[in-house]
Design a protein around this ligand. Structure first.
Ligand code: G3H
Ligand code: 13P
Ligand code: NA
Ligand code: ZN
Length: 328
């Protein structure tokens, strides 16, 4: 059944677990996530970006998600709009039946230009007023997402500040966060604590301080009733990079956020963990390997079924690690 983000994350907070929010664009992703949730008894957040709506079309996305609730009626599902760039975008998603929206007012309508604080408060508060009147939850964002190592936002996803960010811009200020939540009434807040979107987060193997756990603790202490959201939370599985590169790919050395660091964040108030890149890598690896090993095959179901299997394994691992398993 469709549930609101607030309901789901309140339960997660009460029981001390985190929920991965996977980006979806197609049937195989939706099926992989739902089968993994079914196998581990986990609640689900399916999120669709503007890019997903452009790729699949809003009606197809909506019905894919509704189909998930029909085939798996016992699993709570949040249908969430990722990175809305204006109140109007969020309003259209609410009209489409989304049970949760993100108003990312940390960036302008182009999804690139950092905005000032007052703009962010204004668009977010207007979205909250509209969404709450419809029983829909709202996620806001405060701060500039960017890698603590490279200072880059990871702009290849079309969402993120351009150019190199300074270190103090990369961490959300706890006092400002408290003020923002009070002024807007958001249910969940995406914070900048060292992550960036995409596969190119870190150039060196992580040594345990990829994220600022200290900053997560400080923010959680100021706004204990606001669910913290961590964007850019892919771990960039080295096994899948190796498969991609073994079978014709050319992805340079790169690292993501270690699962153990995300688990540490969950201990300190992180409830929603956004993951897109890991499923992209797993499905691309599965396709490359299958086509390289079976050059005479041309039935897309053969390789697409393998993408589902590869993504399902990643999802199950996250549901187990984040403590989501057993909570559906
Ligand atoms: O936040 C970024 C997500 O990875 C969505 O990416 O806009 O390419 O669908 P996308
Ligand atoms: P990744 O690129 O790390 O998977 O993050 C996805 C995300 O934050 C979507 O909003
Ligand atoms: Na931001
Ligand atoms: Zn994001």
């Amino acid at each position: 059944a469709l549930v609101s983000m607030r309901q789901l994350l309140d339960h997660a907070a009460e029981h001390g677990y985190g929920v991965p929010a996977f980006n979806v664009n197609n049937l195989e992703q939706v099926r992989a996530i739902m089968e993994a949730a079914d196998a581990t008894d986990s609640p689900v957040i399916l999120q669709a970006s503007a890019g997903a709506r452009k790729y699949a079309g809003a009606p197809f996305l909506r019905h894919l998600i509704l189909a998930a609730t029909e085939e798996f009626p016992h699993i709570p599902v949040v249908m969430h709009q990722d990175h809305g760039t204006s109140p109007a975008v969020c309003q259209r998603s609410i009209q489409l039946g989304f049970s949760s929206v993100m108003m990312d007012g940390s960036l302008g309508e182009d999804g690139k230009t950092p905005t000032d604080y007052d703009y962010n408060v204004d668009v977010t508060r207007r979205t909250v007023d509209m969404a709450h009147a419809c029983g829909v939850s709202v996620e806001g964002e405060l701060g500039c997402l960017g890698s603590l190592e490279t200072g880059m936002a990871g702009e290849e996803d079309g969402i993120g500040a351009e150019g190199k960010l300074e270190h103090d811009q990369l961490l959300t200020d706890p006092e400002e966060a408290a003020d923002f939540v009070k002024a807007t009434g958001v249910d969940a807040l995406a914070i900048a604590i060292g992550t960036s979107h995409g596969a190119y987060k870190f150039t060196r193997p992580p040594t345990g301080d990829t994220l600022s756990i200290q900053r997560i603790k400080e923010i959680h202490a100021r706004i204990p009733d606001t669910h913290l959201v961590m964007h850019g939370s892919s771990s960039v599985p080295q096994e899948w990079l190796a498969v991609i590169n073994e079978f014709g790919g050319a992805i340079p050395e790169t690292y993501g956020v270690p699962v153990e660091e995300i688990v540490e964040g969950i201990k300190h108030g992180v409830r929603k963990v956004n993951i897109d890149t890991d499923l992209r890598l797993a499905s691309t690896g599965a396709v490359r390997r299958f086509l390289a090993e079976n050059p005479a095959e041309f039935d897309p179901r053969k390789y697409l079924a393998l993408t589902t299997k590869a993504m399902k394994e990643v999802c199950m691992a996250r549901y187990e690690a984040f403590g989501t398993a057993g909570n559906a």
